[in-house]
Write a protein that binds this ligand. Structure first.
Ligand code: ADP
Ligand code: MG
Length: 587
């Protein structure tokens, strides 16, 4: 547990923790000494010369006072280290979030991350003050007591020396069982927390389909599993707890019996016997508070282990000598990809390659459209281009340089992405757009707004640019959010722009306007547009058709219509339907 604290605190946090541990140990030992001094005090009081008590009483009072002072310092030190712990942990988690590959953050991981950063950090924060101190004193105080007993009665001390480890062993054994059960229950609780979250998020869908709570199987199962884990914890953990309290009573009875027999044969005075029994009560007290502190420590250790595992997650490898792309062209060279690098691959889907031998080139200042049925791997291609993940086979190059050899900042400067699911920060529209380029001139902002159609959104809003979007952009419609994110990507002015179904939430009129804007953009940038609407695709310099992870057709709109393949049948269907959407059903 202490090792884990050092691990998550890192080198800079270890000094205050050292100091705290020394304080807590000293306080615990002093407490033991103060208790031990009760023996001579009682012996003198009950003996033939009660006046002898004064020196002992003075020593006892001195020890008690010193203990109180140290204890106070240890408690406040505990709070200091606790708040430092939360600061360091949040800082390190934020640093780690920056270093991890973006592909790491899928839905389950994000939920785990937020649980760790919130609830679990708060839990760990209270460890030094509320758990560490009782734990240390529950170990050191009895040890001091046993040592001190040697001065008063060697036989009693030997008995204690044998019994104390037995007590601790019984306690440790029951702890080990509890720890295993706790882990199982933690996992069950985590699972049902995820399911409840999912259930709440999916309310619109569930209600639309008339699914009630009973119908939502995954949540039901998680709750049943949680209840089962709870019952297991009680059923299997109880014997351990009972056997510990039984063992303490046994030791007490044994010492009482021995003490009385020694007293009867005259080798132990009544005063010493009484005083030793007082010590024994204190000792058993300490050992059983070790059981309590141990339980808290166990939970904290599990949490710290998870935090430590997150902090030790290997960061994305960065190039030792970063190279700068020569230009803004993009090249996929025989790229293959599988989603199985993660820690918990979805069973079954793990080994299937998502992309296979994908080769294409996006010349500088050109527009390429990527089309294909959903699940074909289009979003995966966009993610590989921005190095959210690394390819399984083959190479992605920007400006002739392997993306793995480009520094993270440089890569971010080169590529700008707009995804279908837009996340906005809780701030104003202007702040959300300016995140891309905080120092952009208002002229640049206006240009980005005009190209993305955001200017029309802002005009209609009473607060205009100063409108607060709410958490995640909840106060805007899907189309409005999308225009904010497009404006943000345009303002960033990166030479490579990837639009992944960025116009899916736009209505026809805005989509048509945006399609014109996109063609204008290609004059300055390398554009990769993933789209399922023909109005966007028709004018592209090159169209790539992706099916099941492979590029099956490529060429201009006219070439592909003439080739009478998949693309041509899309086109025909669209012509028949007189609609705008390019239907993307697998054939
Ligand atoms: P598209 O964008 O063309 O609809 P994607 O690139 O999103 O397709 O997905 C391609 C395939 O990869 C799908 O079969 C999908 O299930 C799988 N996939 C996508 N993201 C992940 C992920 N994070 N983990 C595992 N499989 C994934
Ligand atoms: Mg997609």
């Amino acid at each position: 547990m202490i090792r884990q604290l050092y691990r998550v605190l890192g080198p800079e946090g270890s000094r205050p923790l050292n100091r705290l541990l020394v304080l807590q140990c000293a306080a615990a030992v002093l407490q033991g000494v103060a208790f031990a001094l009760l023996v001579p005090v009682l012996r003198a009081l009950l003996g033939p010369a009660p006046d002898d008590v004064w020196p002992w009483l003075t020593a006892f009072a001195g020890c008690a006072l010193a203990h109180a002072v140290l204890q106070g310092a240890a408690v406040s030190g505990g709070f200091t280290v606790g708040s430092q712990l939360s600061r360091v942990l949040h800082q390190r988690m934020a640093d780690q979030a920056l270093r991890l590959p973006l592909g790491w953050f899928d839905a389950g991981r994000t939920a785990e991350f937020s649980r760790l950063a919130g609830q679990n950090v708060i839990q760990v924060m209270s460890t030094p003050a509320h758990l560490l101190r009782p734990f240390i004193s529950s170990l050191l105080t009895p040890a001091t007591l046993v040592l001190a007993t040697f001065f008063f009665d060697v036989r009693t001390a030997l008995v204690l020396l044998v019994c104390a480890p037995v007590l601790f062993a019984v306690q440790a054994a029951s702890s080990a069982v509890m720890r295993r059960l706790d882990l199982g229950r933690d996992a069950a609780i985590g699972e049902s927390a995820d399911r409840v979250l999912e259930y709440a998020r999916n309310q619109p869908v569930l209600r639309a389909f008339g699914r009630t709570a009973e119908g939502y199987g995954a949540l039901d199962e998680a709750l049943v599993a949680e209840a089962r884990a709870d019952r297991r914890l009680i059923a299997r953990g109880l014997p351990g707890l009972v056997s510990f309290s039984f063992a303490t009573r046994l030791v007490f009875a044994l010492l009482l019996a021995l003490g009385v027999s020694w007293q009867l044969d005259g080798s132990l005075t009544v005063a010493t016997l009484l005083a030793l029994l007082v010590l024994l009560v204190r000792l058993i007290d300490s050992v059983s508070s070790a059981a309590e502190a141990g339980a808290g420590m166990r939970i904290a250790r599990n949490t710290l282990e998870r935090l430590g595992a997150l902090l030790d997650e290997p960061p994305f490898p960065q190039p030792a000598e970063p190279r700068t792309p020569r230009d803004a062209s993009v090249e996929f060279d025989k790229v293959g990809f599988r989603y199985d690098g993660g820690a918990d691959p979805v069973a079954g889907a793990a080994a299937r390659p998502v992309l296979n031998d994908v080769t294409f080139r996006l010349p500088e200042r050109s527009m390429t459209a990527l089309v294909g049925p959903s699940g074909a791997g289009k979003t995966t291609i966009a993610g590989l281009l921005a190095r959210f993940r690394d390819t399984t086979e083959g190479t992605v190059r920007i400006g002739g340089v392997d993306v793995r050899e480009i520094g993270a900042d440089d890569l971010a400067d080169h590529v700008s992405l707009v995804f279908q699911d837009v996340y906005l920060f809780d701030g104003t529209i202007e702040e959300n757009v300016r995140i891309a380029a905080p120092h952009a001139y208002s002229g640049q902002l206006a240009e980005a707004a005009a190209l993305s159609g955001l200017d029309r959104v802002v005009e209609e809003l009473p607060e205009g640019w100063a409108m607060k979007v709410g958490e995640g952009g909840a106060r805007l419609s899907g189309g409005q959010r999308q225009r904010v994110s497009i404006a943000r990507a345009l303002l960033k002015d990166a030479p490579i722009l990837v639009l992944d179904e960025a116009t899916a939430a736009l209505d026809q009129e805005n989509e048509a306007l945006f399609a014109q804007a996109v063609r204008a953009l290609a004059a300055r940038r390398t554009l990769l547009v993933i789209a399922h609407r023909l109005s966007t695709v028709v004018g592209a310099d090159q169209i790539l058709v992706l099916e099941d992870g492979e590029i099956t057709e490529r060429g201009t709109h006219d070439d592909l219509v003439a080739a009478a393949g998949t693309y041509a049948s899309f086109w025909e269907r669209r012509a028949q339907a007189h609609g705008w959407r390019l239907e993307s059903a697998p054939s």
